[in-house]
Design a protein around this ligand. Structure first.
Ligand code: ZN
Length: 274
């Protein structure tokens, strides 16, 4: 696994941070961005671990081999550990050594709307990363992701959804700039220009729905952040009906998901950042 981890140390002391990509092996923008980034990188201070997190899945271009790696960052190792659970054990050692994490992902929809997922302790950093939309509160409804793992350890953890997986090349420059901005925040890299941060739409995750039957469907095709009509049944899973609460929208709609895995996340708007 070691050749999937590229560690750069400066002689000048400073923070330790990690940049992950390929936690999901089919989310290529971040993977390409990190490959390019480390060709010509020297930290100004501190330590940076660049990590190609799921090497087998990256090689095969698939989301995961046995288990969603981004649900494996839990405190204990499962008794019969899958490939991804074993990977997570190793990667946790790196995260435990770091003050902050930027984890680069991509989404399955075709919309042009990169966004970030993090908890309130990471909002100052995430402001710098150039996304207009931030989802917080996932730690209340889900566990096992890299960002929630960092948060649970009192550290900064950001999941950056760098763009559509259908057009990874398009989002490589965005991902590379986000890496620079993240490292610049910690004084590890230099940022040429500082554009004023965008106003950010904040959303609060309120529910993660797991698929229970093979008879799951939405009332229409949804994309990330599509608003739901309050009171309408927007999804059915066997006999179960999901009714839209007020002021809510959908994230990661995955009607084709396998049973037991997440079919969507529900979020509510909590306003614009100051
Ligand atoms: Zn992902």
């Amino acid at each position: 696994m070691q050749n999937n981890i590229h560690t750069f140390r400066s002689d000048i002391p400073g923070p330790s941070v990690a940049v992950f990509c390929g936690v999901h092996g089919n989310e290529k923008a971040g993977i390409i961005a990190v490959r390019k980034y480390i060709e010509d990188f020297m930290p100004k201070r501190g330590t940076v671990h660049f990590v190609f997190a799921n090497p087998k899945a990256i090689e095969l271009g698939v989301r995961f081999i046995e288990k969603n790696l981004n649900r494996c960052f839990t405190p204990q190792l499962a008794p019969k550990a899958s490939y991804e659970e074993q990977l997570a054990e190793g990667l946790k050692l790196i995260l435990d050594d770091c003050d902050a994490l930027l984890d680069l992902h991509g989404y399955n929809g075709e919309e042009d709307r990169p966004f970030a997922i993090c908890e309130s302790n990471s909002l100052d950093v995430v402001k710098e990363l150039g996304t207009g939309t931030i989802i917080t509160n996932l730690s209340e409804v889900s566990t096992g992701s890299t960002d929630v793992y960092m948060y649970q350890n009192g550290k900064i953890g950001i999941c950056l959804e760098c763009g559509s997986n259908h057009l990874p090349e398009k989002y490589v420059p965005f991902a590379m700039e986000a890496i620079t901005s993240f490292l610049a925040y910690f004084g590890i890299a230099e940022k040429a220009t500082t554009s004023p941060p965008l106003p950010q739409l904040r959303l609060k995750a309120i529910m993660v729905a797991k698929k229970e039957t093979n008879n799951f469907h939405f009332d229409k095709k949804y994309m990330n952040f599509d608003k739901l009509d309050p009171g309408t049944v927007f999804a059915k899973d066997g006999r179960k009906e999901y009714i839209a609460p007020a002021n809510s929208c959908i994230i990661f709609p995955r009607p084709e998901q396998i049973i037991g895995h997440e079919a969507f996340i529900l979020a509510e708007e909590s306003g614009l950042s100051p």
